[in-house]
Design a protein around this ligand. Structure first.
Ligand code: PEP
Length: 260
């Protein structure tokens, strides 16, 4: 049984007072419900709002995540943040290999693998993102691209640590575009990812490893996505910036009219 996992990626948004106001409003909605599916909820604020968020989430079972990390633990690396620093700031998770980091900051699978390894060593769980571009999908290369990203990004992973990682399938063409993969397309790709892992070193872990879908997830499409057998959660960008819309996504297991 895989516990559902819903994460908010705030990206380059939210000053501290905005994060505080968001989390007060979100908690009012979240704490008011009983959560039958007991989803794990994660918020990934910018680094500067981590401490504010940690205070606002005190006594609450919502976890914090970093949006990025560096793989070294200390030293002359101006501007970087280490896994231990994230942990010290209260993070239980960290997103790595988001497509924006891959495309805008030229992050490679090898770096992603090193980051994931360093996070695990520090006791922070990596959320490793993979996804194809529209051009790659239209050229029929989705599976090859994902297989290469998975093999490269998981290269340093000991199978025994697989229980502490989460994968996020985020088709690049669906991120921030309003164009969501259909639940069928997402399910088909998640099933491919799981089968690929099962055929490789993670034969015994693939069935329990959680795979989130990301790409224009909203309150009105989350239920259809979560109903698919290989979709274990969501990584949410734009719709996580409003507390009411993120609460409706997080409360996907509630009847629609009681969670808004
Ligand atoms: C993301 O940035 O991870 C994402 C999925 O963004 P959006 O929900 O806005 O498409």
């Amino acid at each position: 049984m895989r516990r559902p996992i819903i994460a908010a990626n705030w990206k380059l948004n939210m000053l501290r007072h905005e994060a505080q106001a968001f989390l007060v409003a979100f908690r009012a909605d979240w704490d008011a419900e009983t959560h039958e599916a007991s989803p794990e909820i994660i918020i990934a604020p910018p680094f500067t709002a981590l401490e504010t968020a940690a205070r606002a989430l005190n006594d609450c079972n919502v976890a914090l995540a970093g949006q990025n990390v560096f793989f070294e633990s200390s030293g002359a690396f101006t501007g970087e943040i280490s896994p231990a620093m994230l942990r010290d700031a209260g993070c239980r998770y960290c997103i790595v290999g988001h497509s924006e980091r891959r495309s805008l900051f030229a992050e490679t699978d090898q770096e992603i693998s090193r980051k994931a390894h360093a996070l695990l060593k520090a006791g922070v769980r990596p959320i490793i993102c993979v996804g194809e571009t529209l051009e790659e999908r239209e050229a029929g290369k989705t599976e090859d691209v994902l297989a290469a990203q998975l093999d490269g990004s998981l290269e340093d992973l000991e199978p025994v640590n697989a229980r502490d990682i989460v994968l996020a399938y985020e088709p690049v063409w669906a991120i921030g575009t309003g164009r969501t993969a259909t639940p069928e397309q997402a399910q088909e790709t998640h099933a491919f990812i799981r089968a690929h892992l099962q055929a490789g070193r993670l034969r015994d872990q693939a069935k329990t490893l959680r795979i989130q879908y990301g790409g224009s997830v909203k309150p009105d499409n989350i239920r259809a996505l979560m109903a698919r057998p290989d979709i274990d959660g969501a990584l949410v960008g734009g719709a996580s910036l409003r507390p009411d819309s993120f609460a409706r996504i997080a409360c996907f297991d509630q009847p629609e009219n009681t969670s808004s």
